[in-house]
Write a protein that binds this ligand. Structure first.
Ligand SMILES: Cc1ncc(COP(=O)(O)O)c(C=O)c1O
Length: 448
């Protein structure tokens, strides 16, 4: 220990920061989670020991907005028990990806309950070795139909769907091209495969083309993009990407996690929005957003899906989703396809809220909105934390996104809307954001 600092914290910071560190090492305001990523110490737990006082202070200050303790269903409103005071209160929810509110739909609940009664609580093994319920194959057939593909494979999570599919297809001699703002599951799939990964600037297809041009012709090429970006809610420029994929002989995966049921004339996702059905090699989706449960899927032609079934490690070496989950997803998919009025209500809410933010003097992104995700840039990490604490005190449950999830000092509020929110909920939320925004002087300043 030097100056009261454990060696691992000392090593992390330059000498010029030494005195500041000595005074403030427990002050979580001065650190982010990224500071505890790379600590060189022979004891691997040194990272955890260094993180502990930061985490304790962060929680004690009430500025850690993660892991809220929910004590009721998360619909348009939910109850949260405060971890510090133990007090339970009702919150308006702007932090869930339950876009069509299907988690509480009577048909979905009924289907999950019936599956639980008929098939029991779980499969207790991988589908590969322990067998698969007929219900899962029924779901796969409907997912393939929804995505206009020949075949589909269902994974236990969306994360596993990306990791398993990408790592099944790529080898060390291949190259993956991914947007810099790609979801972590895409990044991790590329790392796991051992391929070369080239990240292009966000939505910059000229940069993508430059990278494609520089890549040896004989290297297998895979472009993977989020159709709707999970942090900012903007769309990928899919038509240009499809053209480049064809031109350079690359295969293309589009992740529809946030597009499913929200984007496109019939809620068919970003691929439908651009009229590109049949032009994308692999469509990936999750069941943890609009489909209001857990699970992920990949749709493609049958040969590709069959290959992934045998070479996707996250599929083979992980237990099957529970029957209640599968039945809930299947019911949600059917409701989503049958009841367009739910999506219409969602879009009414998206437009109303977006316009309301503008009226408050904020600059919501994207403008106009592309999906149910809207962001408002707030600024430095401390302001984001303090502002999100105030918003929470006022009864709004909103995600505050900080470094390293976004670049340093570009923290933002990530607002995700649901059809379940009433106009009254939206008005209250707007009033709170405007009032707290003016307290922190961020009105009119947000810009991406
Ligand atoms: C774009 C994107 N892809 C994949 C995933 C992973 O999905 P899941 O949460 O179902 O594992 C997410 C979820 O956060 C996502 O936003």
């Amino acid at each position: 220990m030097r100056h009261g600092l454990p060696v691992y914290l000392w090593v992390l910071h330059t000498d010029s920061k030494e005195s500041e560190m000595a005074e403030t090492m427990m002050n979580s305001d001065n650190y982010t989670c990224a500071d505890f990523l790379e600590l060189n110490d022979a004891d691997l737990f040194a990272k955890a020991r260094a993180f502990a006082p930061f985490y304790a202070d962060w929680n004690a200050k009430g500025t850690c907005s993660y892991h809220r303790l929910l004590t009721s269903a998360c619909t348009g409103r939910t109850t949260i028990r405060d971890r510090l005071s133990g007090r339970e209160r009702e919150f308006i929810v702007l932090a869930s990806n339950n876009y069509l509110g299907l988690n509480n739909h009577p048909e979905v609940i009924e289907a999950a309950q019936q599956a639980l009664a008929r098939y029991g609580s779980g499969m207790c093994g991988s589908r590969f070795l322990s067998g698969t319920f007929d219900l899962v194959e029924e779901l796969e057939a409907e997912l393939a139909d929804y995505e206009h593909c020949e075949s589909a494979i269902f994974f236990t999570s969306g994360y596993q769907a990306n990791v398993g599919t990408i790592s099944a297809l790529l080898r060390s001699t291949d190259t993956a091209f991914i947007d810099r703002l790609s979801h972590a599951s895409i990044v991790d799939g590329c790392h796991m495969s051992g391929c070369t990964t080239r990240a292009f600037r966000h939505n910059d297809i000229e940069h993508l083309e430059t990278l494609l041009k520089k890549t040896a012709q004989k290297s297998g090429k895979l472009i993977v993009v989020d159709g709707v970006f999970s942090m900012d809610g903007d769309l990928a420029p899919l038509p240009g990407i499809v053209t480049l994929a064809k031109q350079y002989g690359a295969r293309l995966i589009v992740d529809e996690a946030h597009g499913t049921g929200v984007v496109g004339p019939t809620g068919g996702g970003s691929i439908e929005q651009f009229g590109l059905h049949g032009e994308v090699d692999i469509v990936m989706g999750t069941c943890s957003k609009t489909l209001a449960s857990t699970g992920g899927f990949v749709c493609a032609d049958k040969a590709v899906v069959d290959y992934i079934r045998y070479y996707g490690r996250s599929y083979m070496f992980s237990a099957s989703a529970t029957p209640a989950v599968v039945a809930g997803v299947l019911a949600a998919l059917r409701v989503m396809r049958r009841e367009p009025q739910i999506r219409e209500k969602l879009w009414e809410n998206i437009r109303y809220f977006h316009a309301g933010l503008r009226k408050c003097g904020l600059k919501p992104f994207p403008d106009p909105p592309d999906s149910a995700i809207i962001t408002v840039e707030v600024g430095d990490d401390k302001t984001v934390r303090d502002m999100s604490k105030r918003i929470y005190e006022e009864g709004l449950f909103v995600s505050a996104v900080q470094y390293p999830a976004v670049s340093r000092n570009h923290g933002k509020l990530r607002i995700s809307l649901s059809s379940l929110l009433s106009t009254e909920d939206l008005d209250v939320a707007l009033e709170v954001i405007a009032r707290v925004g003016s307290e922190f002087d961020v009105l009119g300043k947000s810009e991406l």
